[in-house]
Write a protein that binds this ligand. Structure first.
Ligand SMILES: Cc1cc2nc3c(=O)[nH]c(=O)nc-3n(C[C@H](O)[C@H](O)[C@H](O)COP(=O)(O)O)c2cc1C
Length: 262
């Protein structure tokens, strides 16, 4: 499947087959994809704690954000807790030296000297500010997005879940206090049809994206849209006609009665 189609077909999958484990190799592929994502200063602050439901302690399972996750966490054979290690920013000097040495940054013959006198001092001075929520989270989001697309390509379903108390989750999981929990992601084999009811709605394109000046909508070409439909990036919008019956079937089949769902 081409990238455009992968982007188009991916959905947040909330209903998973609770009895089917996920191969370690597939989780590793997700982590490898996350590791390769771009990051400011190449400091790579994204971290993950992979939790296998059948092997984790009750204490660890209890730390997962079930009030937000609802029925989803208990259905998931694997939950990945993605978090940022803000301490990684302290390494920015060395990470930049690596980039300069391998020729990834466009300095000339005196590349080390230029880096040591210009780029590295500026970035080291900024690293304390860059520990605050913001840019680092953007970078981590890119890694999580890559992992999500890889999971989909491998036949897995995932759904990101926020937590009302990320600091509490961090403490309960024993993560260092330099870390911030970002999101937990349920992972498993989908119990839903691949369409999961159709492509989910988004705000109008022109409201989201601007050209040259704020308030000037980026023009949306119908020809491009038609081409993206042909390439399966833009798909039939939700809801598909049989979605409600599918949901009823899933709720009954997964015995979700009593969880506010039936
Ligand atoms: C960072 C993040 C946090 C999310 N948190 C939740 C959540 O707590 N509960 C939930 O059911 N879905 C959550 N979602 C899933 C979104 O609601 C989902 O992206 C949305 O329903 C659109 O569906 P789609 O991903 O299939 O396009 C989250 C998604 C992201 C990226």
């Amino acid at each position: 499947m081409e990238l455009f189609e992968v982007i188009g077909r991916r959905r947040s999958i909330r209903f998973l087959l609770p009895f089917r484990p996920v191969e370690h190799e597939k989780i590793q592929c997700m982590l490898e994809a996350a590791r390769l994502a771009s990051h400011w200063g190449n400091v790579a602050s994204l971290r993950a704690l992979v939790i296998e439901r059948d092997h984790a302690s009750q204490e660890v399972l209890d730390a997962l954000p079930s009030p937000v996750g609802g029925y989803q966490v208990p259905l998931a054979p694997v939950v990945i807790v993605w978090y940022i290690e803000t301490g990684a920013t302290a390494e920015v000097g060395d990470r930049l030296r690596e980039l300069v040495d391998i020729g990834a940054i466009g300095y000339g013959d005196d590349k080390r000297e230029e880096a040591e006198t210009q780029l590295i001092p500026v970035m080291e001075a900024a690293s304390e500010i860059l520990r605050q929520p913001g840019l680092g989270e953007v970078d981590c989001g890119q890694g999580i997005a890559q992992a999500t697309l890889v999971a989909f390509s491998l036949g897995l379903g995932t759904c990101c879940l926020g937590s009302g108390d990320p600091e509490g989750v961090r403490e309960k999981l024993g993560l260092p206090d330099t870390c911030r929990v970002l999101v937990t992601q349920t992972v498993g084999y989908p119990a839903e049809q691949p369409e999961a009811g159709g492509q989910r709605p988004r705000p109008p394109f022109g409201e989201m994206f601007h050209l040259n000046a704020y308030g000037e909508p980026f023009p949306r070409s119908d020809e491009v849209v038609d081409d993206l439909k042909r390439q399966q990036m833009i798909q039939t919008p939700a809801p598909l006609p049989w979605r409600e019956e599918e949901l009823l079937y899933l709720r009954r089949g997964l015995d979700l009665k009593g969880q506010g769902l039936l």
